[in-house]
Design a protein around this ligand. Structure first.
Ligand code: ADP
Ligand code: MG
Length: 894
């Protein structure tokens, strides 16, 4: 019988695994918005979003409302890693009538305690009456918390029943009472449950504690969860401490099969049968009772105490936790056991003593094991949701079971290791309980608020309001008009270059064409076949060495001809003479479809002797030098035009081209009558805006930030392409890097220490923004990137980095949208339409691969130009296909 009893109290390993799974399921249920209301494990958000980092400093007042006491503490932190806080405290008795009286009286009483405490503890460093004194309020009742300093009481418990408090914000009530005491320098900054305190007291410098287990009369646990998983709270970024309230685990029956008859009796005799089932297996309030019922049952079966009067065991509560602890912990034979049982009034023999000890140890061991199950559920959940292969974490532990039962720590450690082998938990004892923890919560809240203010100061100038964007749109429109005007063109920052492309494709174009693509990341030669079945292409990528990009023009164009010859050889088409379209993505003054004067190099090109020259002629000259007679250059076009044309082949509404890659630019179909720089009023012509230079005349100076100016100054073309430098792939990473440098200097990131790598220009690539901003929190990617830059980043550093990237890429998308809004609105007005329906062909890796850029662009455009329906098509190989189509359309129009 003893063996059977012991076996029923011992839970097999596979059963523990299943329980762990149930616990995780229930935690998810508690976190989900849909299922939260029915969940047994409540998973309450605490709005505590960070653990102490050791820099917290200053005086903090704490008020703790306890069963029949009000405790007041003054905690001084020295910014020394929280190793030696100074604590002064005073405890006030709470009169019984107040706990049942009016709510206002309760809070007045608390405020009076604070007032009296402060009057008695004024010292030179806490006494200055100007200094604000933040207060943390430990309020151990079930609340609906919506901010760290906003919590409505849901219901009283623990014998409290003050009127007029349920449904009210208790922070507000305390603050009002405090103000009445003329303590206006005291600010109630944070309200918290007592479990959170344990978590906070165990965190010291370089050693954040992210889980706290309270194994006391009741049992509970809190931990730092990924905030986006806490759907019941608004916060989506970073982490938030969640109060699991795991004592209620099993209230839906999940634990029924491990309940012994003793547990059932304990539950039935409790004041809340069927509730807090987990807590009743593990809380020290119940462990003595479980033992008592086991002994009664075993005595009835004559397995122990045969022939002894056990009437004394019938009394509820007679077997206390202290008895169980004394019996379980005793290692030297049965003398102590015998003494304990005799004090209770029993007369056990030697064998009884041994058996009682076995039962006590089984009950205690089970309680420790079940704590380990709960802990391992949290460990595995954290490991999984943080996208880690293994988790190292500190766990603060507190409570009577932990301090009293000598095997608790060992069992908790070994069983959780067995159930969650991927996690390594280090148990830390909690010091000084919830009071000091409350001071920490308050201190952390203030540190975060101060940090937030500084971050906002740094990022504020990069955040554009709707009015800012409208202004950019209006300026773009103004610059467009000036660029189109014959007399104003020369001084406009947006050049509005005519392209001599007058029609978009209609899908009937046919033929074989050669195409060149220069001015993107790669130089390419292509052959494009446009047939009834569609468009097919073959291409080769050729490298243009920097020495050639920045050497002489002759060398550059000779190199291009060499590449063409190589390509034609490879394609076996040396003898064919195909029409050639040349995608040349630099600003040109075009005077015909096949005649274009280079205005200026961009994107790292500086080849000499080209600016002011006809690019088509430079190409023809090189062909002559190389004795290549098979070239027939029919058109030169910008890549924006190619992009528009290639999408136009499939969608006749596509009358805008947009590039957001290394650089940014746009083109669109303008009415000839508006194009002052070209003769003729009939029809339309595609205008290459060269909008990258928008602002080069100073009109965007109000938008530029310190970071933009630094980035601009370090480029090879300072003062030029200012709009492009806010938007495109070549610059966004560098803007982010400049911000990181300033944030580090202000001690907001990387503990104030930049790595030598971070000081390297252009080391932060724009593609990093894409990896960092993907949906959810891609912590692993962020860590990889930061490690590559030799940066040791804390979780908060990662969050800030993501915020910086988001700010920079959002601004880029919004500015791009403001430019496009000016374009579509002009087209709508040109055509006298109330509503314009138009498509944009888009190319560029930033647009295509960044996870939010296109979405932000489209959303902002919709907002700025509500009367235009704008569809976006991704261009596939616009430069190649587009060049062929320009050549084809030209021959059709001719
Ligand atoms: P180009 O504009 O020169 O024709 P792309 O359209 O491919 O070439 O754009 C290249 C630019 O795209 C690079 O400057 C780089 O900064 C940026 N880029 C590359 N990969 C990514 C990515 N994954 N996310 C965002 N930007 C990227
Ligand atoms: Mg390109």
């Amino acid at each position: 019988q003893i063996q059977r009893a012991l076996r029923s109290l011992c839970i097999p390993l596979e059963r523990l695994h299943i329980m762990k799974g149930h616990m995780i399921q229930d935690m998810c249920k508690g976190l989900s918005r849909q299922t939260h209301a029915q969940a047994k494990v409540r998973m309450l958000p605490t709005y505590l979003c960070s653990t102490p980092n050791g820099t917290e400093k200053g005086n903090f007042l704490v008020v703790e409302l306890c069963q029949n006491q009000v405790r007041t503490l003054l905690v001084t932190l020295f910014g020394d890693g929280n190793v030696s806080p100074q604590i002064v405290y005073k405890i006030f008795d709470l009169p019984d009538d107040i706990t049942h009286g009016e709510g206002e009286a309760l809070f007045d009483f608390i405020a009076q305690c604070v007032s009296q405490f402060l009057a008695e503890t004024t010292s030179p460093d806490t006494g200055s009456s100007e200094e604000r004194l933040p207060l943390g309020f430990v309020f151990p009742f079930t609340c609906k918390q919506t901010q760290l300093d906003k919590a409505e009481l849901i219901s009283w418990s623990k014998g409290f029943s003050c009127s007029g408090v349920v449904g009210k914000d208790v922070v507000q009530m305390l603050q009002s009472a405090i103000n009445k005491q003329e303590l206006s320098r005291v600010d109630v900054v944070a309200l918290m449950n007592d479990t959170v305190g344990t978590l906070m007291t165990c965190s010291t410098e370089g050693r954040p504690c992210e889980i706290a287990v309270v194994a006391d009369k009741g049992s509970n646990c809190c931990f730092m969860a990924e905030a986006y998983l806490v759907e019941t709270a608004e916060e989506t970024s970073g982490r938030m401490c969640v109060n699991t309230e795991w004592g209620c685990f099993g209230d839906d029956g999940t634990l029924n099969d491990i309940f012994t008859p003793y547990d059932v009796s304990v539950d039935e005799e409790s004041c809340n049968p069927g509730k807090k089932r987990f807590e009743k297996l593990v809380g020290t309030l119940y462990l003595g009772e479980i033992v008592r019922h086991a002994l009664i049952a075993l005595a009835a079966e004559k397995a122990i105490f045969t022939g002894i009067d056990i009437a004394v065991l019938k009394e509820k509560g007679v077997f206390t936790i202290q008895h169980v602890l004394d019996i379980s912990n005793n290692e030297d034979g049965t003398t102590v056991v015998k003494r304990v049982l005799e004090v209770l009034g029993l007369q056990p023999n030697e064998r009884d003593c041994g058996r009682v000890q076995q039962i006590c140890r089984a009950v205690m061991g089970r309680a420790a094991t079940l704590h380990a199950v709960g802990l391992s559920a949290i460990l595995s959940y954290m490991c999984q949701t943080r996208d880690l292969e293994s988790l190292m974490v500190n766990v603060g532990v507190e409570g009577e079971l932990y301090t009293g039962y000598n095997r608790f720590e060992e069992i908790l450690q070994s069983v959780s290791r067995l159930l969650s082998p991927e996690c390594m938990a280090t148990l830390l004892p909690s010091r000084d309980g919830s009071g000091r923890g409350a001071a920490m919560v308050t201190a952390v809240a203030l540190r975060l608020a101060a940090q937030r203010r500084m971050v906002n100061e740094v990022l504020g100038p990069l955040r554009l309001t709707r009015a800012d964007l409208e202004k950019v749109q209006a300026l773009m429109r103004q610059e467009m008009e000036r660029g189109l005007g014959k007399s104003t063109n020369a001084t406009a920052s947006v050049r509005m270059l005519p392209t001599y492309v007058t029609h978009t494709p209609d899908g009937t174009e046919r033929g074989d064409f050669l195409a060149l693509d220069l001015g993107g990341t790669n130089f390419r030669v292509l052959v494009v076949r446009v047939t009834e079945q569609g468009i097919s292409m073959a291409s080769e990528i050729y490298v243009i060495p920097v020495a050639i990009m920045q050497g002489t023009g002759e060398k550059l164009f000779d190199h291009i001809i060499d590449c063409i010859i190589d390509f034609q050889k490879k394609q076996n088409m040396m003898t064919q003479k195909l029409p050639l379209g040349f995608t040349f993505s630099f600003p040109c003054q075009q005077v015909g479809l096949d005649k274009a004067l280079l205005l200026t190099w961009t994107k790292g090109f500086t080849a000499s002797g080209c600016v002011g020259q006809d690019v088509v002629q430079l190409l023809r000259d090189a062909a002559r030098r190389k004795q290549h007679t098979g070239l027939q250059v029919v058109a030169l076009l910008n890549d924006t035009v190619g992009t528009m044309m290639s999408c136009g082949y499939d969608d006749p509404k596509c009358e805008i081209g947009l590039i957001v890659g290394t650089g940014t630019n746009a083109c669109y179909m303008e009415e000839m009558k508006n194009v002052g720089t070209v003769e003729g009023d009939e029809g339309r012509m595609c205008i290459n805006m060269e909008w990258g230079a928008f602002g080069d005349n100073g009109c965007l100076d109000h938008i530029f930030t310190h970071f933009d100016r630094v980035v601009d100054e370090t480029t090879i073309n300072p003062g030029k392409q200012r709009f492009e430098k806010l938007i495109s792939g070549m610059y966004l990473g560098e803007i982010v890097r400049q911000i990181l440098l300033v944030m580090t200097e202000k001690q907001l990131m990387f503990q104030g220490k930049p790595s030598p790598k971070l000081l390297t220009r252009n080391i932060f690539q724009t593609k990093f923004l894409s990896s960092i901003e993907v949906n959810g929190l891609a912590l692993r990617q962020i860590r990889t990137i930061l490690n590559e830059l030799d940066l040791e980043a804390s979780f908060e550093d990662s969050l800030l980095l993501r915020e910086v990237c988001q700010t920079v890429s959002l601004r880029a998308a919004q500015l791009c949208a403001a430019g496009l809004a000016a374009v579509v609105e002009k087209m709508r007005e040109n055509r006298g339409l109330d509503q314009l329906s138009v498509s944009v062909g888009v190319d560029g890796t930033l647009y295509k691969l960044h996870p939010c850029f296109s979405k932000n662009l489209q959303k902002t455009l919709k907002d700025l130009a509500p009367n235009c329906d704008v569809a976006f098509h991704l261009s596939e190989d616009g430069s190649g296909k587009g060049a062929a189509l320009v050549a084809a359309v030209a021959s059709r129009a001719a």
